[in-house]
Design a protein around this ligand. Structure first.
Ligand code: 26W
Length: 833
């Protein structure tokens, strides 16, 4: 295959660093570059350019500065031959890229000055970029942070995913109800990407497998697919911190092999003539918006196979180009599966090695296992993917055969090692025989990998005890932990420039390259001057957020009240409902004793519910109904307000997080694999109120027990409590506050237009409270009163807030990626370009 995209070579970028005081000549250079791009790429002159034209010219001028480093990095990977990493993910929630690119190139101030000279405002231009929302939530955002950290650490990596025409839906709140609208991020084109029409793979579906006897008498199998779809590559450069290294995010778009059936068209059937094309191209049409519940549809499996096969063919092609043979793959390549969505890769890599490259099965299996590793992101049983055997047999007949053979050999080896217990055999089999025959994708990923990791210490421990209990016993060294992290470039430096400046002024410029240097601000946690500046930055961020809340929710909030924030996908296990119940209880208490010195606060919510998740959508409606009543009740006198910000996305997170005082991380213990919003908020100085779940446990260790509010049942207690049944009548009877809240909601106090709206919801909480909202309610309410008490002691609050920022360095995704590189991928930073 022709590969012009990787051939070029150019000098490497200089170590750019930050550009606090841009030099006049570099401003002039950039200004000229923008004008050249405006003329020759956008085709406009200054007089006729629209704001969007300027945005395009600025992006092109920025991209030009990345491309030089990109070619150098790409070329050096061929020359120096570091082990390459392929990060396979069905989701990359990258958000806007302009701020990221400028910041990492150290060009933000230079660009600001250059655009100012041209009479355009950089901040305004930045808002014109659509959010690339090719992901649902935590898993997709993690992939984006990892891409940035891999570039920063100079790891030769490619991200592989799907270039969805439409990302996660746009959420509109109509009378408090979530409505979904298609998102159209590509409507005006995408100036960051490079289409690579020459990088094109044929992806087969359906058909049959032929057994052939080769001259030496061995049987070989040839898959004859009934249908082909083409995968076309689109590349986006991902520039690391200080422009040191540039990696590639390669996203596949589906294209039909034939644009139309001309004979059908000529016969007048214009729709029928393009029916095959539509079916083929549906694969990359839209991101599946479900979070934590498998879509269970054929199109989803087609997406999974399409991108896995294209990515593996591409990786093998690159390996062959570099090393001329495939046997050494595991020495030079590490493939990371982001959850089970790419798990079919295990069978596909075996097919490519055995059927296409003629490698013997045993050797191919060693290569596959040596190359692949898998990250699990959830323990929720409903989120563990499995596909019906008949569907796989029909859509991917050869891969299904291979899965059967892998499973047979796996079960043989289990038996040979002395395990004959039928329960164990059934539990470790890749085929689930319970509800119709299904392939367990988690098992396939586990068995095909040399390492399997969870995403926080608690989650990895629970993985070993639950989902992979039996497989973990058979392969005791396979499960490891890699606690998640976040990129500080986006979530501190870009999102919170005010705080960043203060931190650098206090702890030194070292914080830009060593996140652990944040510890140096700890000694200032009680220093009046520092506290004053820290508080001033927070206030400024809160003023900005208050404006957004006024614009989008028509709720006026005072920037001096406590900003209490819960921002994440809406899911029962995340317990937005617990927060809403506490809000109502507080509302009741304020009304009962309005003369008391209540700590004024605003409860800020944001998050989307899966379109088909009716209960979650009802919870959104409840939050909005409660907001309506409380915000309009004069007796509350502004001591409590509620705002639900619509259409939560990466950009909105960047506005909310720096302005938050309190971070709600209140999932039922044992259910949130890690959380990463918890890290972003704590890094920006929010105090956490949370359960001992996911990474909260480790955040507590790093920021100190006195600087976090922990309440509620532990994961063990949750398991025990559920064992006693989840009817909560007795629990509710013991809590007058909870009783009052449930009565009010259930009887329609917040829904006078439809008094029965929440009767079912209250009924579930009362009789079938799987997420133990009621059981944790009193502890949560009490903990919130501790929060309020601490807020009143301003010095104590700021001290804790500063110690949160100071203690969060470990949660940099650079640390996480360094651990993956050392312990799973066995790769190192690439030598200088
Ligand atoms: C197929 C349906 C489906 C879709 C998405 C099932 C499962 C998922 C993901 C595993 C859900 C997810 O995003 N998990 C989150 O991953 C984050 C990154 O590791 C963690 O921080 C979150 O705790 C976890 O919920």
């Amino acid at each position: 295959m022709n590969n012009t995209s990787e051939a070029a070579c150019a000098p490497s970028l200089a170590d750019t660093g930050r550009d606090i005081a841009p030099a006049a000549d570099s401003v002039a250079n950039l200004r000229e570059a923008i004008l050249r791009r405006l003329t020759y790429s956008v085709g406009k002159n200054q007089a006729s350019a629209s704001e969007y034209d300027w945005y395009l010219a600025v992006v092109y001028a920025t991209r030009d500065r990345i491309v030089e480093g990109w070619m150098a990095s790409t070329n050096a990977a061929y020359v120096h031959g570091p082990k390459r990493v392929y990060y396979l993910s069905l989701e990359f929630l990258i958000g806007r890229l302009l701020g990221d690119a400028l910041n990492n190139l150290g060009l933000t101030e230079t660009m600001r000055a250059a655009t100012r000279e041209l009479g355009v405002d950089l901040e305004r231009l930045r808002t014109l970029e659509p959010d690339a929302a090719l992901g649902n939530g935590g898993l997709g955002r993690l992939a984006a942070c990892f891409m940035e950290s891999m570039a920063t650490l100079s790891i030769a990596a490619h991200g592989y995913g799907i270039r969805y025409d439409h990302g996660l839906f746009r959420q509109v709140l109509k009378d408090g109800w979530q409505q979904e609208y298609p998102e159209d991020w590509l409507a005006l084109g995408n100036p960051w990407e490079f289409k690579r029409p020459e990088v094109c793979y044929r992806i087969g579906f359906g058909g049959a497998v032929e057994a052939l006897t080769s001259p030496d008498g061995a049987t070989r199998y040839a898959w004859k697919p009934a249908e082909y779809v083409e995968a076309i590559a689109y590349d986006t450069p991902v520039v690391g911190w200080r422009g040191a290294h540039v990696n590639t995010l390669r996203l596949w778009s589906a294209r039909a092999c034939d644009p139309l059936q001309l004979d059908v068209f000529n016969a007048g059937d214009y729709v029928g003539a393009v029916a095959d094309k539509m079916r083929a191209e549906a694969i990359s049409k839209v991101l599946y918006p479900s979070d934590e519940t498998p879509a269970g549809q054929e199109l989803r499996l087609r997406q999974e196979y399409f991108f896995a096969s294209a990515s593996l063919q591409d990786a093998l092609r690159r390996h062959l180009k570099q090393y001329q043979e495939v046997r050494s793959l595991a020495e030079h390549v590490a493939i990371q599966l982001n959850d089970t969505h790419p798990a079919i890769s295990v069978a596909e890599l075996m097919r490519l090695l055995v059927d296409v490259h003629g490698i013997a099965w045993e050797e191919a299996w060693k290569i596959t296992q040596g190359t692949i590793s898998y990250t699990n992101h959830t323990l929720l049983p409903e989120a563990l993917e499995s596909w019906p055997v008949p569907l796989l047999e029909r859509m991917l007949p050869r891969q299904m055969q291979i899965i059967y053979l892998i499973n047979a050999l796996h079960l043989d080896s289990v038996r040979k090692s002395g395990h004959t217990d039928a329960r164990l055999i059934a539990a470790v089999s890749m085929i689930d025989e319970h509800a119709g025959r299904r392939v367990r994708m988690g098992h396939l990923a586990f068995i095909g990998s040399h390492k399997v990791n969870g995403v926080s210490a608690l989650h990895s421990k629970l993985l070993k005890q639950t989902v992979f209990r039996d497989l973990g016993t058979l392969y005791p060294d396979r499960i490891v932990n890699k606690t998640n992290g976040i990129t500080f470039r986006r979530w501190l430096f870009e999102a919170n420039p005010g705080l960043t400046r203060l931190l650098a002024d206090t702890a030194g410029e070292g914080i830009y390259d060593d996140p652990m240097a944040l510890r140096k601000i700890a000694p200032y946690a009680s220093d009046a001057a520092f506290v004053g500046e820290f508080a001033a930055v927070k206030r400024q961020n809160k003023v900005a957020l208050a404006k957004i809340i006024l614009d989008r929710c028509h709720v006026k909030v005072d920037p001096d009240v406590l900003f209490d924030v819960q921002i994440k996908r809406v899911h029962e296990y995340k317990r937005q409902l617990l927060n809403i119940l506490e809000t109502v209880a507080l509302y009741d208490a304020i009304r009962a004793q309005p003369y008391l010195d209540w700590v004024p606060r605003v409860k800020i919510f944001a998050g989307k519910a899966a379109a088909s998740y009716h209960h979650a959508k009802l919870i959104i409606k409840l939050a909005n109904d409660v907001a309506n009543v409380i915000n309009n009740d004069p007796t509350v006198r502004g001591m409590l307000k509620v705002a639900y910000l619509p259409n939560y996305n990466v950009s909105l997170a960047e506005s909310i997080i720096p302005a938050s005082d309190l971070s709600e991380q209140i999932s039922t213990a044992g259910m949130e694999a890690s959380g990463t919003g918890n890290m972003k908020l704590a890094l920006n100085g929010a105090l956490t109120i949370g359960t001992l779940d996911g990474a909260n446990v480790e955040i507590k260790q790093h920021v100190g027990d006195e600087n976090i509010f922990i309440f509620g049942m532990t994961a063990e207690q949750v398991a025990q409590r559920r064992g006693r049944g989840i009817d909560m009548r007795e629990t509710i009877a013991r809590s007058p506050a909870l009783r009052e809240v449930l009565d009010a909601i259930g009887s329609g106090v917040f829904s006078p237009d439809d008094p029965g709206r929440y009767a079912g919801l209250v009924d579930i909480l009362t009789h079938h409270d799987h997420f133990l909202v009621c059981e944790d309610f009193d502890a949560y309410y009490a903990c919130q009163r501790e929060v309020a008490a601490k807020w009143l002691d301003r010095a104590a609050w700021w001290k804790a807030s500063i110690l949160n920022t100071a203690g969060m360095g470990w949660f940099s995704s650079d640390r996480t990626i360094a651990e993956y590189a050392d312990e799973i991928w066995k790769t190192q930073a690439q030598k200088k370009e």
